[in-house]
Design a protein. Structure first.
Length: 412
């Protein structure tokens, strides 16, 4: 009889817990709540002790002055005189008692008034000291939050390598900083993977499209090719070119979503002039007149991406224009401390409620998917993404009579 095979035993469970171990006495943890309680409670106690001490000294001095009725008896008729109570000098024997009581009452009242005024001055001085000390202590306690804020602003500028690395007691603020550092680490890995994917996708998508374009151009160059084959080749070549534009637009949109780290001085006037020169032949073909004034407006940014902004806006203005007497106006200037690029064009009437849809990928006026040979539907999306990456923004307004007014504002 064959022996029954024994099943392998399961591996032992790991005893190490990756989670952070709990301290033996969690209630002894120096939380920010306990620290603030001790800090402000101690400040209140110290201020109270100082105020009581000052009031005690002032009261002792007032009592001493209130009981210091100096007088002397002169002459054989017992004439009483006092420098602190002049009324005793002229008082008769029967009036001494009443005058003495009145002088004591006046002296006590004077001492109490003096005590009150000095106490108020002491309270005012302690209040100023307490507020100054509290302001300094609050700044010291909240300084880690300022460090977190500065790091968050640096990260907003696409510097994902920054870390807080906060030192100090293991309180809620340090826990927040450590959690923020962990989040930044994950974001950096995610963005690195995205950039790697964009680079690989760029190579993998461009190569077959370039090969297809080359093969189609070779076949179209054959003079003996049938007319039907040439027509099919031209159609496929146009489709391939459209696919290349789509890939380039998607890759540019993915690259321009982040903040521009390396910046150089770029004149928007020069960028706009180059964009107009590139579109001039197409505008002449469509009978569209390009005009405008390009005043110097220097910004800090990426020249290639900024040229893409002007080129996309001018191309859209030329392509989506009227068939007769159309014009495009391109202006650059500096307004209110910002460099401004304004592209105005004639064209079809655009409802105001459809303006926002124009900046969405693959969205056009009254259509949601690509269905036109004028572009791939990414031009304005790329413009908005590049403008945001440079810290600016783009706005669009319907022009009276038809067309649009596109306004790009960038910080100088």
């Amino acid at each position: 009889m064959a022996a029954t095979p024994t099943l392998p035993t399961a591996p032992p469970k790991p005893t190490w817990d990756p989670r952070k171990p709990e301290p033996p006495f969690p209630w002894l943890r120096p939380t920010i709540r306990i620290r603030l309680t001790l800090l402000y409670g101690g400040m209140f106690l110290i201020a109270g002790i100082l105020l009581l001490s000052i009031i005690y000294l002032l009261a002792a001095q007032a009592l001493h002055e209130g009981n210091s009725q100096n007088f002397q008896v002169t002459g054989s008729n017992i004439a009483i005189s006092s420098p602190t109570c002049p009324q005793l000098n002229s008082a008769s024997y029967d009036e001494v008692s009443s005058v003495w009581k009145a002088c004591n009452a006046a002296q006590r009242q004077r001492a109490l008034d003096d005590l009150l005024s000095r106490s108020l001055l002491a309270l005012l001085g302690l209040a100023v000291i307490a507020f100054a000390f509290g302001y300094a202590m609050a700044g010291r306690v909240l300084s880690p939050l300022g460090r977190i804020l500065r790091t968050a602003r640096a990260v907003a500028g696409s510097d994902l390598s920054r870390r807080i690395e906060l030192d100090g007691p293991d309180d809620e603020i340090k826990e927040l900083a450590d959690t923020f550092d962990d989040m930044l680490e994950r974001l950096q890995r995610a963005f690195t993977a995205q950039q790697r994917f964009v680079g690989n996708a760029s190579h993998e998508l461009r190569t077959p499209l370039a090969i297809n374009r080359t093969l189609l151009e070779v076949h179209l160059s054959d003079p003996n090719a049938p007319v039907e084959l040439q027509q099919l080749g031209k159609t496929l070549l146009a489709t391939n070119e459209r696919s290349e534009q789509l890939v380039e637009g998607l890759l540019l949109l993915a690259r321009s979503d982040n903040q521009i780290v390396e910046r150089k001085p770029v004149d928007l006037a020069e960028v706009a002039e180059q964009a107009v020169d590139q579109v001039l032949s197409e505008a002449d073909t469509k009978g569209v007149v390009i005009r405008g004034e390009q005043k110097p407006a220097v910004v800090q940014g990426n020249g290639v991406l900024l040229e893409r902004i002007a080129l996309n806006l001018v191309q859209n203005a030329v392509r989506y224009n009227v068939q007769e007497d159309g014009w495009v106006e391109v202006n650059t200037e500096v307004q209110h401390g910002q460099a401004v690029l304004v592209v105005t064009n004639t064209g079809p009437v655009v409802p105001a409620y459809e303006i926002d849809n124009l900046f969405e990928p693959f969205r056009r006026l009254r259509t949601e998917r690509t269905g036109s040979d004028k572009g791939v539907g990414l031009g304005l999306s790329i413009v908005r993404s590049v403008a945001r990456a440079h810290g600016g923004h783009i706005s669009a307004q319907p022009r009276e009579g038809g067309g649009l007014v596109m306004r790009v504002s960038l910080p100088i």
